[in-house]
Write a protein of this length. Sequence first.
Length: 256
Amino acid sequence: MNNIIPLFSSQGSICRSLLTCEDETEIKDNSPVSIFAIAAQYGLNKLVVTDNSFLEFPRLYKHCNKYNIQLIFGLNLNICNNAQDKTESSLLSNCKVSVLMKNSEGYRDLIKLNNAFNAQKETFYYESRNDYNALKSHCTDNLQLLIPPHNNFLEKNLIFNGSALPDLGTIKPIMTYCDIELPYTQVVNPAIKQYAKENKYELQEVQPIYYMNRTDFRPYSVLRCISDRTKFNSPNINYMSSAEFCWESYLEKVNK
């Protein structure tokens, strides 16, 4: 169980995490919790952070250097079969990938990849996105493709009747899964493991972490409802049926 990697998201994901990147070394009651306070309190020498933007990367980089912590930073990107197809049916292929920097040269490459996915009006359709051809064109040896445990192409097809056709070419991704009980975990996780085995991809268990404790799930839910313009008593937001996306849950798993 100790091989589970905590996969942090920060406030740089914009309304998708309660964790800050403040230069804090203490976890205080009734205050926002910093990723660096968690790192200090629990002796973490490596942080893996995947955000939806570069917004908090400068502070993550600065504070990791200060505390001699290895930072592995990545971006979550929206991907589809064909970004030029702006029809409602094209949305059935929309899913997520994450791309991590493997080294210092990966910073420039990830910026270029981010621009290709998030700064192109020609491929925008309801949200910023691009396709597998763009991914293959910009994913260099300095970057590592990560298939996230949720919102991935397998989940899209199996659970949401999607039509995602991942064309990765020679890219060798790391397939990840998460042992958090959701209504369809027992369907998606075996599919992820089987896909990794059939394609000889690396497989890694992770724990997405968006907040500190289970008691933070309520304020996290409120934040998500405000962002998604839904009601708290009927949010209709995926993955909001579990309060396990937290550091508290991760600790319980690794300490079994």
